[in-house]
Design a protein around this ligand. Structure first.
Ligand code: MOS
Length: 734
């Protein structure tokens, strides 16, 4: 189905199942511990051996030699895979470094060997006996020291730089100016489930049970890396314990399980240990961001400039931290630049809202600082500079844009009018209390997605698509979509996901999963409805599917009747025309945060949070709310805790475990609230939906920073906002 004209009324608008706050259909499997995660596929891996990865102990250089003799003799060892014996390996299209390194070493903890043994403990013990002789080279690890050599680099969805009007002159002439630099650190996804895979060969065919967000990308890149036909590769990933972008790609656990299984002649399972994950996999790259605003005295922005620096391996991309600045506020004179430095750290890549998440952390503090200089309320400043068209290409309107509404409704609900804008004025016992606000913004990405739907003679509707559920609720919203389209209750729908033998979906990433994957199911259901109508002698255009029946005029037939002679099926996908080009499709929101800062220790406590989101039709308010609350929590982590500390001499992330890489937990944030505006976006798809899972993190860090400023008068421009950055500047309030 080609979607190239705005959606009109369709069966989804019945809202009998869609739009309801239904619990996850996969919930019972998860809460009873029976959902088969990759490492627990006991059914397929009864005979599996265990692989243990050896990571490089240097960040850059060469392996002169590896001595495997002791390791090979260790008890239980079946095989040891290294670059020397693995055969010729290619590189996946989406991998910036080799997943099995050697002799060249590209980053610390790059996998250089897999030891396969009868038990995990034997594999681990033997791995300690692998002797590697390295020839280290000097690497580049310090982004701040490399900004001068950084080069312009294109971002995924746009050019490196954009220029509109005359930024330099207008900024210089502006009566009110801000010129400030902000930094965000390297961050790790730190999902609950580590990267884990089981691989088994059957002749020249391989099956990979893994934990992965993008099945088709991974199957393609596995085939490419092995140099085999994609038809020989099957990837299956029905349950995933979180990804956040860290599982978008083929990674070392998967490739090495495949190579290990080939070498051992048995199924092999490989999980990354937690301490291996931080340097072996991808991370969100650190940024340095300079933001400049010029405005008239009445608060109209005349010049807006945002320049961003980040680093990556030679084949890598920059962090697209200026993306939102191209779209968020009006202003006739504009400049954005993206610079990329070559670093020898592990691969930088997508992490929840790549681009906007760190970009908004800088931009939305700058907006707060600018409002302060203008003596304006930060909400009024944002609303005054709202735009309903793409400010770089004014002929393109936004398909929907309710930023102002999010701000106003949030202000009302949060009690913003009671706020004292003067910093350091509110005390609650030993706490200085402050509130902050930030806009939320994240683009809505359209990408094709397919599915297959089957009706059997008991009236069960079965959906198959390679879409993944990374803890987001995909199973549930896909079941809701099929139930709505076929006119059956949710209990009559079965959903099978994550298998590369199913039609190729959008997958889970970039908050595109919900809208695109359900639109693909919609398209397949349209096909199945046609088959049903034809079988039962109805006219497709006026047949109504509801309450387990197909109706037209005064005739009605049970749906299951259509399959009495055998199951009927429909397969199709959604493909997009140019509505995503003619209209700028984005999601909007407002984040409100109240913090307390301890007057003696500078400890920061988040006291309450509110997010107001405008993101098209909300397919399931319960799963969507969980996504936004999770994203808000992750935003607090970015604001206050998360930082991969770079050892700038040896080139690795020092704090590579969950004891030293801290993330917030439930008890850190006592009160979180989410409001969804009632919105449908007919430009996005027949579902009229968008995504929320990344919108929810964008802006949170700045809202926290702005609240800390309101509490204390201190501006921290370098994340995370840890107490050492406040302590010697705390107001003397004792
Ligand atoms: Mo997302 S960072 O594209 O999983």
């Amino acid at each position: 189905m080609r979607f190239d004209t705005p959606a009109t009324t369709n069966p989804i608008d019945q809202l009998k199942v869609i739009g309801h706050p239904l619990s996850r259909i996969d919930g019972p499997l998860k809460t009873t511990g029976t959902a088969p995660y990759a490492y627990e596929r006991h059914d397929v891996a009864a005979n599996a051996a265990y692989g243990y990865i050896v990571g490089s102990a240097i960040a850059k250089g060469r392996i002169a030699s590896i001595d495997l003799s002791q390791a090979k003799k260790a008890s239980g060892v079946l095989a040891i895979v290294t670059a020397d014996n693995a055969g010729k390996l290619g590189k996946g299209q989406r991998n910036y470094a080799m997943l099995l390194g050697g002799p060249e070493i590209q980053h610390y903890h790059q996998a250089i060997a897999l030891v396969v043994a009868e038990t995990f403990e034997q594999a681990r013990a033997a791995a300690q006996l692998v002797r590697v002789h390295y020839v280290p080279e000097k690497g580049a690890f310090d982004l701040a020291a490399l900004t001068h050599s950084a080069k312009p680099a294109e971002v995924l969805d746009g050019p490196a730089d954009t220029k509109v009007g005359n930024f330099d002159e207008t900024f210089a002439a502006a009566p009110v100016q801000l010129d400030a630099t902000y930094t965000t650190p390297d961050e790790s996804h730190a999902m609950m489930e580590p990267h884990a895979s089981i691989a088994a060969w059957d002749g020249d065919k391989v099956t990979l049970w893994t934990s992965n967000q993008m099945i088709a990308w991974t199957a393609t890149d596995l085939a490419k890396t092995l140099g085999i036909d994609k038809a020989k590769v099957r990837v299956d990933s029905p349950f995933i314990g979180g990804g956040f972008g860290g599982k978008l790609f083929l990674r070392a656990d998967a490739l090495l399980a495949v190579l290990g299984a080939r070498a051992a002649g048995r199924p092999v399972k490989v999980a990354l240990t937690r301490p291996m994950m931080f340097n072996n996999t991808t991370h969100r790259p650190a940024t340095i961001q300079r933001v400049r605003f010029g405005a008239s005295r009445d608060g109209k922005i005349t010049a807006i400039g945002h320049e961003s620096w980040s680093g990556n391996l030679p084949d890598g991309r920059p962090e697209a931290a200026v993306s939102q600045t191209r779209l968020l506020y009006a202003g006739a004179n504009r400049l954005t630049t993206t610079r990329l430095a070559m670093l020898d750290l592990a691969e930088g890549n997508a992490m929840r809202a790549p681009g906007e998440a760190p970009g908004m952390m800088a931009l939305e503090i700058a907006v707060d600082e600018m409002a302060e200089r203008l003596g304006m309320d930060p909400i009024e400043f944002r609303i005054l500079n709202d735009t309903q068209v793409d400010p770089e290409r004014p002929q393109r309107p936004f398909s929907q844009r309710q930023l102002t509404e999010c701000m106003r409704i949030g202000a009302d609900r949060f009690g913003w009018s009671k706020r004292d804008a003067r910093p350091g004025r509110v005390r609650d016992g030993r706490w200085l209390v402050g509130t902050g606000v930030a806009a939320a913004f994240r683009n809505n990405l359209l990408t094709k997605s397919a599915a297959r739907v089957r009706l059997d003679n008991s009236g069960i509707v079965t959906v198959e698509t390679d879409m993944t559920d990374i803890g987001t609720g995909s199973y549930t919203i896909i079941a809701q979509t099929a139930a709505e389209m076929m006119g059956v209750p949710l209990e009559k729908v079965r959903v099978h996901l994550g298998d590369s033998s199913f039609p190729v979906s959008a997958g889970s990433g970039g908050q595109w999963g919900a809208n695109n994957s359900t639109a693909g199911v919609y398209a397949a259901c349209v096909k199945l409805r046609e088959a049903v109508a034809q079988k039962l002698g109805f006219n497709t255009t006026d047949a109504v599917f509801a309450d387990g029946e197909v109706r037209s005029g005064n005739r009605s037939v049970p749906l299951a009747q259509a399959a009495r002679d055998g199951a009927l099926s429909g397969e199709d996908g959604i493909e997009y025309g140019d509505l995503g080009k003619k209209y700028q499709q984005s999601t909007f929101g407002a984040h409100f945060v109240e913090v307390g800062v301890d007057t003696a220790t500078a400890e920061i406590r988040v006291r309450r949070m509110l997010a107001v989101c405008a993101a098209g039709r909300i397919l399931n308010p319960k799963t969507a709310r969980s996504q936004v609350i999770g994203a808000m929590t992750m935003g607090v982590g970015a604001a206050l805790m998360e930082e991969l500390v770079v050892d700038k001499r040896s080139g690795f992330f020092v704090n590579h475990d969950l004891a030293a890489y801290e993330v917030p937990v439930h008890a850190d944030i006592p009160h979180q609230d989410v409001i969804f505006l009632d919105e449908t976006d007919p430009m996005s798809s027949p579902m009229k939906a968008k995504g929320v899972a990344e919108l929810g993190i964008c802006g949170v860090g700045a809202a926290v920073a702005n609240a800390v400023h309101n509490a204390t008068g201190i501006r921290v421009r370098d994340y995370p906002i840890t107490l050492d950055k406040l302590l010697d500047r705390l107001p003397n309030v004792g």
